[in-house]
Design a binder for this molecule. Structure first.
Ligand SMILES: NC(=O)c1ccc[n+]([C@@H]2O[C@H](COP(=O)([O-])OP(=O)(O)OC[C@H]3O[C@@H](n4cnc5c(N)ncnc54)[C@H](O)[C@@H]3O)[C@@H](O)[C@H]2O)c1
Length: 440
């Protein structure tokens, strides 16, 4: 280790500790924006870099587009001169710390699509300078930081672990969770070398209550995909039991609640219309893909993905049977979906199973509409539709209302009172004893 390297690390550590380090957050979405605010609260100046100009303008006006971030916090950061925005990576050379939080979608055949990480890394490499810390927070397969990013960054002529510091620290935030936020969710950190780990740990220690250092970036990458795989597999198990209970004529919610009454050896996971969001449906397949390189098949991941993807089809099947009992057929029936977001009290519709159910119902000839207080419009490559008002007439005239998201700001008692028939895939109407409701 050269003296120059030690002094570079020392300088960066000093700037982080006295909060004079200029931080860049590349990708200001569900994960990036809460992070940006957290950094400004302790006095860091943060440049929020996002290629989406509307998002830059909104941050500049102190308007949040992420429900976990309050406008007041953005206003405060702007008032103190701690927040600035950029739509390109041009000024990357001025930054001391660069955190990357861009999307990691799946490509064809459930394979990782690293175009965003690679694009940003190439942009950073152009202006990389000695002493900078680069930390990847996007969820990805083990090896991305060291095998994909490091070679690109080193094309600059600078060497990781000698001239600059490189780490992976997966973001584990649970959007909408009021108890566990960016600040009090333990942060795992892995460096490409021991000094990178020290610098990255010091950086995260400034804002996160507990930092968990790991032996490598690769191990840190595996932690996050394992966590999401754990959720995907357990949700799939609950979904499988729901399908079995349907055949057996048992109430899956009663069975699961009784199972979860045991104080040890089990933890609650519930069935539903399928999984959504940018994590559970995607991340496990990053690991599945990487495992193949080691001639290893991750059977649980494949099976969980398959089971969870089947659920919207099951919802349509159950809707058909529920209508059939009333001597109605799905073709031509008016179906109202209650909820488009993949999760309660959020506006995020990415990979939402409600969209899949909507399209399948439509294909079967149903007249489908939706109401979602969080989602006025769905406009993506699969579906373009507007939320209808939840008027008495809309409820009354539907043949079937399917509750697809358990938002807390819907008056379910009124829904059950006015709708002729309800299929509840989220168990939110349990307390409203009514023979109009059929549960998943
Ligand atoms: N949403 C979650 O619940 C969650 C939780 C933990 C981890 N993650 C992970 O965090 C990462 C980001 O997820 P997200 O939900 O915040 O995504 P997001 O789509 O909400 O935000 C990503 C942002 O990156 C921007 N972006 C894309 N390419 C860019 C580029 N070249 N330069 C600058 N900006 C660019 C986009 O405009 C967007 O605003 C993903 O890897 C995801 O798996 C997400």
């Amino acid at each position: 280790m050269t003296v120059n390297f030690i002094s570079l690390a020392h300088q960066t550590l000093e700037r982080i500790r006295d909060r004079t380090a200029l931080v860049g957050e590349v990708g200001r979405g569900y994960v990036g924006l809460p992070f940006l605010v957290e950094k400004t609260k302790v006095g860091f100046r943060v440049v929020g870099i996002d290629q989406n100009p509307q998002r830059a303008e909104m941050v500049g006006r102190g308007e949040s587009y992420i429900s976990d971030v309050k406008d007041e916090d953005l206003h405060e950061g702007l008032r103190r001169g701690l927040i600035s925005t950029a739509t390109s990576l041009e000024a990357v050379g001025e930054l001391d710390v660069i955190v990357i939080c861009v999307p990691t979608p799946l490509g064809a055949g459930l394979t990782p699509d690293l175009q965003y990480i690679e694009g940003v890394t190439r942009g950073i490499a152009k202006s990389l300078r000695p002493g900078q810390l680069i930390s990847l927070e996007s969820t990805t397969y083990p090896g991305t930081t060291e095998d994909v990013m490091k070679p690109i960054l080193e094309e600059s002529g600078l060497e990781a672990g000698v001239d600059f510091f490189l780490a992976h620290s997966p973001e584990r935030v649970d959007p909408g969770n009021k108890r566990y936020t960016t600040k009090n969710t333990n942060k795992v950190v892995g460096g490409s070398d021991p000094v990178s780990l020290e610098v990255a740990t010091c950086f995260y220690n400034q804002t996160i209550e507990t930092v968990v250092p790991m032996s490598s970036a690769k191990a840190a990458e595996l932690v996050k995909v394992y966590e999401n795989t754990f959720r995907a597999v357990n949700i799939a198990l609950a979904n499988e039991v729901a399908l079995l209970c349907d055949r057996m004529g048992l109430d899956v919610w009663e069975v699961l609640d009784a199972a979860f009454s045991k104080p040890f050896g089990i933890m609650p996971f519930y069935p539903g219309p399928g999984v959504g969001g940018h994590c559970i449906p995607l991340d496990p397949h990053y690991l599945e893909w990487k495992a193949r390189e080691y001639n290893f098949q991750t059977h649980f991941i494949a099976l969980a993905g398959e089971t969870n993807r089947k659920m919207p089809e099951f919802v349509v099947d159950k809707a058909t049977r529920v209508l059939n009992k009333e001597r109605k057929c799905l073709n031509g029936s008016k179906i109202l979906l209650l909820g488009m977001a993949y999760k309660a009290d959020l506006s995020d519709c990415r990979e939402s199973p409600a969209i899949e159910a909507y399209l399948r119902l439509q294909q079967a000839g149903a007249q489908v509409s939706f109401h979602d207080p969080w989602v006025p419009v769905v406009n993506n490559h699969r579906l373009s539709a507007k939320s209808v008002e939840l008027t008495s007439d809309v409820l009354y005239s539907a043949d079937l209302v399917i509750i697809t998201t358990n938002h807390s700001n819907i008056d379910y008692r009124r829904v059950v009172e006015l709708a002729p028939l309800v299929l509840d895939t989220r168990n939110v109407t349990r307390e409203i004893a009514s023979d109009k409701v059929v549960f998943l």
